[in-house]
Structure formats: structure tokens, C-alpha cells
Design a protein around this ligand. Structure first.
Ligand SMILES: Cc1cc2nc3c(=O)[nH]c(=O)nc-3n(C[C@H](O)[C@H](O)[C@H](O)COP(=O)(O)O)c2cc1C
Length: 192
């Protein structure tokens, strides 16, 4: 099973990037073929329809191909002002915008429809970014993704990881593993 994992932060010391790495390790141990995508590796500007009319950026097409190629995804979402980040919104907006005149990407939902998506969050706060997931889930459902019912928000993320980026609390690690396993389980059954 091909599993795509990415975080909605490009910050060097990002808790969500660290959580993505934990999820990737657990998924690899479960036998998944994991792609850990860094959004910083994509050259994607702020969405603007005038810019798009000149031509969809090459990295947006690359992103669409990566998304389409993976039946299961895990998104690690930071929380800004009770919602998900502008980076994540911008990324998903570009990925879901149809490419005019291109039959392959004529449907905006093409990279999304039928994907199984597990949601994780991490924040230094007590709720762990849980509220960001409450906004992210309907966006994904609207794009015809299956959002896994198990989610996990890691609170007090500032003290949750050791120097190697591992979660020190076994219960938290198990919760991440449960989301990963549920996505792998469902993606195997829903894959066309
Ligand atoms: C503009 C802004 C708003 C924020 N709002 C929230 C919030 O509503 N809830 C929360 O738990 N943390 C909030 N934070 C703190 C982030 O959770 C924290 O910066 C976190 O480290 C971001 O994720 P990252 O470590 O993956 O980059 C906010 C941070 C910023 C910059």
C-alpha cells in the first residue's frame, strides 16, 4: 500500500513535521510504501486565478500526480487561530483547481476522489490542534475523500518528542499507529 504523509508546516523545528516522521516510521513498520512529502520541496505560489490563467505551475501538476498516485494519505495539521494553516489551504486549493485544456486534470477532484485520509495534529497547546482537524475534515469530504474516523491531536507537543524525534509516551505513539493502521486498512479495501 502506497501511503503519502505530509505536514502543513515548513518550519524547521515543526512539531507536525516530527509527527509526520513518527507516522512514516510506523507505516513503514506496518509494511506500507511511504512517501514523506515536504511541502517546502514544492515551488507553489499563493493561489491567484490570474496567475493560473497564464499556466498552472509545474509543481502543482507534480503535486497532483503525487496525490493521485497514493491511495492513502496522512496529513499532520498545525493549528492557527483554531483552524488549519494557510500553507495547507493553499496547497489543497491549487491541487483541487482544474487545469484548463488538460483532459487529465479537468476535474478538480481528480487527485482527491476516493482517497483515504487520516488526520493528525500537533500543537504546544492542550487541545493539540484538534480544532484544525474539525475544519480540515469537511474540506476533504467535499473533495470526495474518505476521512478516517480515528484522529489524533498531540497536545503539549513541545515536550512530547525526545532528541531523536521519537514520541516518549507509548500511549501517544499507539494513537498515531491506530490512525495509520486504519488508513492502511481502509485504503486497501477502497482502492479501485
Ligand atoms: C498565527 C498563529 C496562530 C496560532 N493559533 C493557534 C491555535 O489556535 N491553537 C493552537 O493550539 N496553537 C496555535 N498556534 C501555535 C501553533 O500551534 C504553533 O506555532 C505550532 O508550533 C505550529 O505547528 P508546527 O510546529 O508544526 O510549525 C498559533 C500560531 C500562530 C503563528
Amino acid at each position: 500500500m502506497k501511503l503519502l504523509i505530509f505536514a502543513g508546516s515548513t518550519r524547521a523545528q515543526s512539531f507536525n513535521r516530527r509527527l509526520a516522521k513518527v507516522a512514516a516510521d510506523l507505516a513503514s513498520q506496518a509494511g506500507a510504501e511511504v512517501t514523506l512529502l515536504e511541502l517546502s520541496s514544492l515551488n507553489i505560489p499563493l493561489y491567484n486565478a490570474d496567475l493560473e490563467a497564464i499556466g498552472t505551475p509545474a509543481d502543482v501538476i507534480r503535486l497532483k500526480e503525487i496525490l493521485l498516485d497514493h491511495p492513502g494519505w496522512i496529513i499532520c495539521s498545525p493549528e492557527y487561530n483554531g483552524s488549519y494553516t494557510a500553507l495547507l489551504k493553499n496547497t489543497l486549493d491549487w491541487a483541487s483547481s482544474p487545469v484548463k485544456g488538460d483532459p487529465r486534470w479537468g476535474q478538480g477532484s481528480e487527485p482527491f476522489a476516493g482517497k483515504v485520509v487520516g488526520l493528525l495534529a500537533a500543537s504546544p497547546g492542550a487541545l493539540g490542534g484538534l480544532r484544525s482537524l474539525q475544519h480540515l475534515a469537511p474540506l476533504l469530504s467535499n473533495l470526495q475523500c474518505w476521512v478516517a474516523p480515528q484522529q489524533f491531536a498531540l497536545g503539549q507537543a513541545g515536550s512530547a518528542f525526545d532528541a531523536d524525534g521519537q514520541l516518549t509516551n507509548d500511549t501517544q505513539r499507539t494513537r498515531v499507529g491506530s490512525v495509520v493502521n486504519q488508513v492502511l486498512w481502509a485504503a486497501a479495501r477502497l482502492m479501485p
